[in-house]
Design a protein around this ligand. Structure first.
Ligand code: MGD
Ligand code: MGD
Ligand code: SF4
Ligand code: MO
Length: 686
């Protein structure tokens, strides 16, 4: 039985074999992306399928507690609450929150549910918390956002790899084989405040203070321009706006960047020369430079560098971002953003609205306009938003300033959550609807290369849970809109998605289940059934009106919350190998829980010593928004002024209690990667 992993955007292929009462996963060697490899999360993923804590029955709230209910009762209650709120406050008072974990079919269906059956503009998803800054920067520069505009193999073939704020040996371990191949002759530069395992393999490791990526990137460009090591011909033929950027980086000499970021000027020069001398280079960003109040600029600064070197569209070269969630890529192509419609169409573009309205059989005027983005939506709960439907996300753990979000969701008039475990968010719901899991249902996922994969049902589900598509269909019926989802067959929904996306930027028009079953390797755009798909973008032109890529002037900005006397240290947050996102799934998997039972705060031994803290001791971290007690983990690879905490735990261990809700003005991405904190010793009682 063959399937793909339920977790990240690498979408490694795996086989599942029945093993007594459980299933056992193994890597599928026939799939080129992972070639038989899996990470520890993949190896253990099957444990969630028959997990004792799996939700098998719907739950409804009664007398302050959740109790089991029949599907009819739960669906009636769910729809009744939505109707009540809609009648009392209007449809815009209902929010719908989706996810990059959802298949393309579900993402598409959830959008129809929100926009047609509920009629709300306030539909967004957790991908806004993920790669939306890089997406915004790519759209700004290239007119199109596909995480990698080239195949993964190019990473193995490039001469110089620059990785900015991505811990890929921990977050996408099977990528290692591409990097091992690259390393045989290639060069590697890593930009990360921590000396990650990847950074240890680099020729140059730049360690900026969190939130100073723009300063470093601009200084790299400064050196390239000053030493005339840029590709003037490419710049002239394929780009626009370079002159303004050239003027802007004239003052951005490495010494200035050193003062702002702490990265030695000489190291910046070395990195710039290494890039310039390489016959081919790839620049990749991860969440490090992106999850900031200036995260779009962080990604743009590195895109500027790529353009000045003439990389995008050239063989074994380019700029890319490593998209995170299983369907983080596809999830954003089918209209899960409050400003987008299927096929990556813009919701305020009249032609786009007309096309989608025609496929949906409604008048264009009946489609809602642009709504609130993810954090705005969650933080409007209790004010503008009085009912919320959450499908496949756990924002009580994963949203910034999470204690405020928890308070809001706990008090909201009506909360409906679809999940297969009782997540911290589901615990607060009025109605919990239990969903099927990945291997139990069919659907397509689009990986970080923009490649569409068919994940077919290969395991019999337990009695009780229903597919998200069936749940949405039942809700449409109960909201008096049975035609919105005529069926819940994934292939039929995909057929409609093909038509809705046709002619858009993310054109799936030529992709069919049959072609995928036949083993074709299809990356969008793929406009017709004879089209081979597009693994490499931008060879001849960019997706902009004039076909040229645009430089953007971006300038270093003071942090929204710089360290000060009361909160003197930078806090940054991220991931560890054994846990996934809000941890709902991986915290329940025994080997992962054993290997990574609790969060920690990583700090430099000198910083620890200055506080009288030793390894393993409990410390309290305090930000302007709250405090959390964690165990210290000493590591001399991290900057002396920076603390790192993984965010995979809820309750008293949730680091998002501390994070800041400052948002990027373009992408509306929260600043997960930096806020100011202080550290206090926790006195032990003997
Ligand atoms: N094990 C595991 N794997 C995962 C996930 C998971 O939860 N667990 N999640 C998946 C998802 S959804 C995503 S989005 C990806 C994310 O994958 P990554 O981007 O690799 O993950 P992070 O740990 O968030 O951040 C990466 C690095 O950014 C660095 N960093 C922090 N602040 C800054 C900064 O200001 N500038 C720079 N340059 N670097 C900084 C951190 O030290 C960290 O090493 O991983 C995917 N894979
Ligand atoms: N401090 C800090 N916070 C962060 C980040 C960070 O680096 N630092 N990273 C951010 C990033 S990049 C991301 S992607 C977000 C993600 O954060 P979340 O949106 O909370 O993501 P998950 O933890 O994957 O939540 C998915 C939930 O849906 C369930 N689920 C999974 N698949 C399905 C499905 O098909 N159907 C249904 N109905 N349920 C399903 C799971 O059991 C789980 O409870 O977190 C963000 N938050
Ligand atoms: S790298 Fe990602 S897709 Fe591959 S096994 Fe690990 S979590 Fe699953
Ligand atoms: Mo993500």
């Amino acid at each position: 039985m063959r399937t793909h992993c339920p977790y990240c955007a690498l979408q490694c292929a795996m086989t599942l074999d029945e093993d007594g009462d459980a299933y056992r996963a193994a890597g599928d060697a026939t799939f080129d992306v992972n070639a038989g490899e899996l990470c520890v999360k993949g190896w253990t993923a099957a444990e969630t399928l028959r997990h004792p804590q799996r939700l098998l029955s719907p739950l409804v709230r009664e007398g302050g507690r959740l109790r089991e209910a029949s599907w009819n009762e739960a669906l009636d209650r769910a729809a009744e609450g939505l109707r009540r709120v809609r009648e009392r406050y209007g449809a815009a008072a209902v929010g719908v929150f989706g996810s990059g974990a959802l298949t393309n079919e579900k993402a598409y269906a959830l959008g129809k549910f929100a926009r047609l059956a509920v009629g709300t503009p306030n539909f967004d998803y957790n991908g806004r918390f993920c790669m939306s800054s890089a997406a915004a920067a790519q759209v700004r520069a290239f007119g199109l956002d596909r995480g990698l505009p080239f195949p993964l193999e190019w990473i193995a073939r490039t001469a110089c790899l620059l990785v900015v704020g991505d811990n890929l040996f921990e977050t996408m371990p099977p990528l290692r084989r591409y990097l091992d191949a690259q390393a045989q002759e290639g060069r590697r530069i890593v930009v990360d405040p921590r000396r990650t395992e990847l950074a240890r393999t680099a020729n140059v490791h730049l360690q900026p203070a969190p939130g100073t990526d723009v300063a470093v990137a601009n200084a790299l460009l400064h050196v390239l321009v000053a030493e005339e090591r840029i590709d003037r011909r490419y710049i002239g033929e394929r780009t626009r706006g370079f002159e303004a950027v050239q003027r802007a980086v004239e003052r951005e000499h490495p010494e200035r960047a050193e003062r702002r970021s702490g990265v030695p000027a000489e190291e910046i020069r070395r990195a710039a020369r290494m890039l310039a001398e390489a016959p081919s280079s790839i620049i990749l960003t991860g969440r490090g430079p992106e999850q900031h109040a200036n995260g779009t600029d962080g990604a743009s600064a590195y895109i500027n560098l790529a353009l000045a070197l003439g990389l995008p569209g050239r063989e074994h070269c380019g700029y890319g971002t490593l998209t995170g969630q299983g369907n983080g890529q596809g999830g954003r192509e089918h209209g899960q953003k409050s400003d987008q419609l299927p096929g990556y169409r813009k919701i305020d573009d009249a032609a786009a609205r007309a096309h989608v309205a025609q496929v949906w059989g409604v008048a264009p005027e009946s489609l809602p306009g642009r709504g609130l983005t993810a954090y705005e939506l969650l933080s409007a709960v209790g004010e503008q938003i009085h009912a919320l439907v959450v499908m496949a996300s756990n924002p009580v753990v994963s949203a910034p300033h999470a204690s405020d979000i928890r308070r809001r969701l706990a008090g909201v008039e009506h909360l409906v959550v679809c999940d297969f475990f009782l997540s911290e968010t589901a615990e607060l719901a009025q109605v919990v609807l239990p969903s099927l899991q990945w291997a139990e249902e069919t659907g397509t996922m689009t990986n970080l290369e923009g490649r569409v994969l068919l994940r077919e049902r290969c395991v019999e589900p337990p009695p009780g849970p229903r597919s998200d598509l069936a749940i949405l269909r039942s809700l449409c019926q109960r909201l008096g809109a049975p035609d919105v989802l005529a069926g819940d067959d994934p292939e039929e929904i995909f057929e409609e998605l093909r038509r809705a996306s046709a002619g858009g930027l993310a054109d799936y028009g030529g992709i069919t289940y049959q072609r995928l079953r036949d083993g074709e390797r299809l990356c969008w755009p793929c406009p017709d059934p004879a089209h081979p798909g597009t693994p490499v973008l931008f060879r001849e032109r960019f997706a902009t009106p004039d076909g040229r890529a645009g430089f953007s002037v971006v300038e270093h900005r003071r942090l929204v919350e710089p360290p000060n006397r009361e909160f003197p240290w930078y806090l940054t947050t991220g991931r560890i190998r054994e846990q996934y996102l809000s941890g709902t799934q991986t915290r329940r998997v025994a080997p992962l829980r054993r290997a990574a039972p609790e969060p920690f705060v990583e700090m430099h031994p000198l910083l620890a010593a200055a506080h009288g803290v030793s390894d393993g001791e409990a410390v309290r971290l305090v930000s302007p928004r709250g405090s959390v007690v964690l165990r210290a983990k000493l590591d001399e690879g991290i900057r002396r002024d920076t603390l790192f905490v993984p965010f995979h735990w809820g309750g008293a261990q949730a680091i998002n209690t501390l994070t800041s809700d400052a948002l990027d003005p373009v992408s509306r991405m929260p600043a997960f990667k930096v806020c100011a904190v202080r550290m206090e010793r926790v006195p032990t009682n003997g």
